[in-house]
Design a protein around this ligand. Structure first.
Ligand SMILES: Cc1cc2nc3c(=O)[nH]c(=O)nc-3n(C[C@H](O)[C@H](O)[C@H](O)COP(=O)(O)OP(=O)(O)OC[C@H]3O[C@@H](n4cnc5c(N)ncnc54)[C@H](O)[C@@H]3O)c2cc1C
Length: 323
């Protein structure tokens, strides 16, 4: 992980703690990582780390980590990241939406951008189409495309080629007050599963992440449950090996998704053409406050943010395109 990437992650975390509208949305739980490495780096994204805390340290962080004690002789190392936290993505999106509307943004729900209008070599707006198939043109001084993996689609000009990087998330139902809850995020880097529990008791269990050069699951073992063929149940079993209470929870759904991972693994932030700005990054949740602030400075103030010049400009992909 580059120093710039780690640095921006730290700034992103600081903004989640202190800057509106993000502050007060996160639970600052810390995390515990089980790893084959005695060195606690990479997964922490440059955050503070308590390295090799042994099974006793892991169970001090999370008493429910029943299996940790059995790993003492097994070549498993535990690291704690005190600064980590998590947030409910729906609450976070709702807060950002309200702030954007207060600042004058207008959302057109249920509408897709069909294409970017190009006039005299510059982006002049977009053509949008609603669910009923009705379309219209919106003209603009600047077009900012923040469409995740959609940035690779031909209709949006294939401005950022994306890596195939699937991930699976299993979700459990809410729990009544008083039910057993874990505290920190737990990551098993050996089998490739991570889990956290929201204050309402709902667990999010993730895994089967592949394709990232950033050290979080390079060649993960597919998590499909050998008995049922269900990926969510497979993840739940993996998590329950460490945290038995998770095995007792009812699964409410499984999400199969793709990560926003530009082809070379690094963010793509900046001007892609005249009046056309793009922003795409893995760890986009952590980085959202800082990348959006830097992008706004470049779009609105017309400055060039040197921090983003570490080979992250989207023009690197334009230059590879056939003329
Ligand atoms: C399993 C998993 C776990 C993750 N864990 C973390 C984590 O712990 N921490 C972290 O920081 N990040 C994490 N991420 C990554 C993070 O979710 C992404 O980096 C982030 O969502 C990227 O934000 P974005 O707005 O660029 O793209 P997206 O969140 O993908 O949003 C893009 C939106 O654009 C819409 N869109 C696409 N094409 C069009 C079109 N033509 N017209 C209109 N709308 C369009 C899409 O429907 C989508 O709603 C994880 C991702 C996955 C898949």
């Amino acid at each position: 992980m580059s120093a710039t990437y780690a640095g921006l992650s730290r700034v992103g975390m600081a903004m989640w703690r202190r800057a509106a509208p993000y502050c007060n949305l996160a639970v600052w739980s810390g995390s515990v990582v089980a790893s084959a490495s005695a060195v606690g780096e990479g997964a922490g994204g440059g955050y503070a780390v308590e390295e090799d805390i042994a099974a006793a340290g892991a169970t001090t962080w999370e008493p429910l980590l029943a299996a940790a004690a059995g790993c003492a002789e097994g070549g498993v190392h535990f690291h704690a990241y005190p600064d980590e936290g998590f947030s409910d993505p729906r609450a976070a999106v709702a807060a950002v939406r309200v702030a954007a509307e207060e600042a004058g943004a207008l959302f057109r729900w249920g509408t897709a951008v069909e294409s970017v209008l190009v006039e005299d070599g510059r982006a002049a707006g977009v053509r949008i189409v609603d669910a009923g198939g009705s379309g219209c043109e919106l003209r603009a001084d600047v077009v900012a495309l923040v469409a995740g993996t959609g940035l690779a689609s031909a209709s949006l000009g294939a401005v950022v080629p994306m890596r195939d990087s699937p991930g699976v998330l299993a979700h459990t139902a809410d729990l009544p007050d008083g039910a057993v809850r874990m505290g920190p995020i737990f990551v098993d880097a050996l089998s490739g599963v991570h889990c956290l529990q929201h204050p309402n008791g709902r667990c999010a269990i993730g895994g089967d992440l592949r394709g990232s050069p950033l050290g979080d699951g390079g060649e993960a073992t597919p998590c499909t449950d050998v008995h049922t063929g269900d990926a969510g149940q497979g993840l739940q079993r993996r998590a329950a090996n460490w945290l038995p209470h998770i095995g007792q929870l009812a699964l409410s759904g499984t999400t199969h998704t793709q990560r926003v991972l530009p082809e070379d693994g690094f963010p793509a932030v900046g001007w892609s053409g005249t009046s056309l700005y793009v922003c795409a990054a893995h760890s986009g949740f952590t980085l959202a406050p800082v990348l959006s602030a830097l992008a706004a400075a470049e779009i609105v103030e017309g400055v060039e943010v040197e921090l983003l010049d570490e080979g992250w400009r989207p023009t690197r992909f334009c230059m590879q395109s056939p003329a």
